[in-house]
Design a protein around this ligand. Structure first.
Ligand code: SF4
Ligand code: SF4
Length: 251
């Protein structure tokens, strides 16, 4: 398996602490690794260099020793895809945020650490399998567990945006701890004066399915398509008839 290792200087961000030349020399001794350095790997010339090397050296897997995956990971994935390698056959050694930036006073140890990070990336990249990107439909509805003030507010924001919300609360009423407070900081408004109208809004909102006295029993499925089983405990009242008077049923 031919592996391409690209080591970035990031100007002086990396090479100001880590000895990137030493790293290149070190990995040049590995027979299955083709190693190349670049001052700015995410620049147009740096990306073109990756594509050229993949083609010229018939590289099958890539390691990027540079910044965090979060910053340019997708860019490098797209770049190797342009060069004809499956975009998931790439591994990243974060030698900037996780190394040079945090060890500016210990350049020698930082260089040894970078070598270790790259060795780990080499072992990782060898184990990777090509993957396909697939798309599936997402059901744009939300389950919120817990009917305290956070759950209430989240439910209203999502429901006002036009999406269906199920709000599950294990107790007989929503409101949570806030319903028990006298005043709220910093305005010293009475707690129920703020909470009460929101509770009513939740109950009456056409996009909110309020499930009190209920608990989540089971969660199946995956992100965007969860299947949730909810257990609704009996309240011993007819909810569609009850008017909250505490009187009618006694008569
Ligand atoms: S790839 Fe990352 S580490 Fe390299 S120059 Fe760009 S930002 Fe800096
Ligand atoms: S007495 Fe009033 S509050 Fe209680 S269950 Fe009957 S209608 Fe509802």
């Amino acid at each position: 398996m031919k592996i391409g290792l690209f080591v970035c200087d990031c100007g002086k961000n990396i090479s100001g602490t880590i000895n990137t030349k030493q790293i290149i020399e070190y990995f040049s001794e590995f027979s299955d690794i083709k190693v190349l350095g670049d001052p700015y790997l995410c620049s147009e010339s740096g990306l073109n260099k990756i594509i050229e090397q993949v083609t010229d050296k018939n590289l099958e897997r890539i390691i990027i020793a540079a910044c965090s995956f979060k910053l340019h990971g997708q860019l490098f994935r797209k770049t190797i895809e342009k060069a004809g390698i499956n975009r998931f056959l790439i591994s990243f050694a974060n030698i900037r945020e996780q190394n040079s930036w945090v060890h500016p006073d210990e350049p020698e140890k930082a260089t040894i650490k970078a070598i270790d990070q790259i060795k780990m990336a080499i072992e990782h990249v060898k184990l990777l399998e090509p993957l396909d990107v697939e798309y599936s439909n997402v059901r744009p509805s939300t389950l919120i567990i817990g009917g305290g003030i956070a759950g209430i507010k989240a439910a209203l924001v999502i429901a006002d945006a036009g999406y269906e919300v199920s709000l599950v609360e294990r107790k007989a009423t929503i409101g949570g701890h806030m319903a028990l407070f006298d005043k709220t900081f910093p305005t010293l408004d009475c707690s129920i004066c703020i909470l009460g109208p929101l509770m009513t809004e939740v109950k009456d909102h056409p996009n909110i399915n309020l499930l009190t006295n209920s608990t989540v029993e089971k969660v199946d499925g995956y992100i965007g398509n969860f299947e949730i089983t909810i257990k609704k405990n009996p309240t011993f009242i007819k909810e569609d008839v009850c008017v909250g008077c505490f009187d009618v049923c006694r008569e």
